[in-house]
Design a protein around this ligand. Structure first.
Ligand code: Q46
Ligand code: ZN
Length: 300
């Protein structure tokens, strides 16, 4: 197998692109895909300060690496979810990465913000852990960005994540979710920060290869609560389709974005208010995060 660009021995074959690359040209290909994502969705400008949400996993650290290498002004945001050893270890990976790159890492602890770590929140609410966790992450990312003057938050969601989310939304025809599925969510309120996903064109396998070739030290173990999440079942289904027909995931997601998404865009956008307690954006009177904190407080 030879590299498509230089003819040297290839280290990675990308069947969906019908191509293979040597290490240097794959790194180049990867960065070009990120640049293309940023350009196509006008995710951020050169002079913007980007808050990169990092979990310690391969995707978010690979994203941070690309942005740093491309000279963007970035800070990392690590949300400590208090999930046993997983959080201790993933925090250490983020600290080490930031220190090695001379980059700023902002650390926010969910326990301090809401009164309990994710495993306790799961017990209090008797709901799947990812529900309280996802809500807290979205809320804190936005609040931290606002408080510190960032206009944009970038997350490491990759092609596999986005295709699995889309698959789940289509399976249940969640039209509201379909209207929000995008690599770039604009700010629709002064207190809502833009959210972007510059890795949406790159698969999980590709981000793993990039992290490996760049010697990024990331946490390999997944969150212990990830097992059994429906998104994993969706990923497995899509992987089987990808095996049978390379490019299936790419076509599914990018085809949706280019051709189907406009049909789900809402003209009658839901009006947004400011939460009576914390001032963050909500569709009701008190936001879901404040309600959750209240429940945790009562249970404690
Ligand atoms: S951290 Fe949180 Fe994830 Fe763990 S509890 Fe679920 S949402 S799986 S990306
Ligand atoms: Zn609130």
């Amino acid at each position: 197998m030879k590299c498509r660009k230089c003819g040297d021995r290839a280290v990675l074959e990308l069947r969906r692109h019908n191509a293979a690359f040597c290490a240097a040209d794959f790194v180049d290909f990867f960065r070009n895909q990120v640049r293309e994502a940023i350009r196509r969705y006008r995710m951020f400008e050169r002079d913007e300060h980007v808050l990169v949400a990092v979990s310690g996993g391969k995707d978010s650290l690979a994203l941070w690496d690309v942005l740093l290498e491309d000279g963007y002004r970035t800070s990392g945001l690590y949300l400590d979810l208090g999930i046993f050893d997983y959080s201790v270890e993933s925090h250490a990976k983020c600290e080490a990465f930031a220190a090695a790159h001379g980059a700023e890492l902002i650390v926010v602890r969910v326990t301090e913000e809401i009164g309990a770590p994710i495993p306790v929140i799961k017990d209090v609410t008797r709901r799947p852990p990812c529900s309280g966790c996802g809500l807290s992450k979205r809320y804190l990312m936005n609040r931290v960005a606002l408080e510190r003057g960032f206009s944009v938050v970038a997350t490491g969601h990759n092609l596999d994540d986005e295709a699995a989310t889309l698959f789940g939304s289509v399976m249940h025809w969640q039209t509201e979710a379909l209207s929000r599925q995008s690599p770039a969510l604009a700010s629709t309120h002064p207190k809502l920060v833009r959210r972007v996903k510059p890795l949406y064109r790159l698969s999980e396998r590709e981000t793993a290869a990039y992290a490996f070739l760049r010697a990024i030290d990331y946490i390999v173990d997944e969150c212990p609560f990830a097992k059994g999440a429906t998104s994993i079942a969706h990923k497995e289904t899509l992987n089987r389709m990808e095996d049978a027909s390379p490019g299936a995931k790419h076509n599914f997601l990018l085809g949706f974005l280019d051709r189907a998404r406009p049909a789900f865009e809402r003209v009658d956008a839901v009006p947004l208010n400011e939460c009576a307690r914390c001032g963050q954006v909500t569709t009701g009177t008190v936001c879901a995060f404040c309600k959750l904190a209240e429940r945790v407080k009562r249970a404690g």
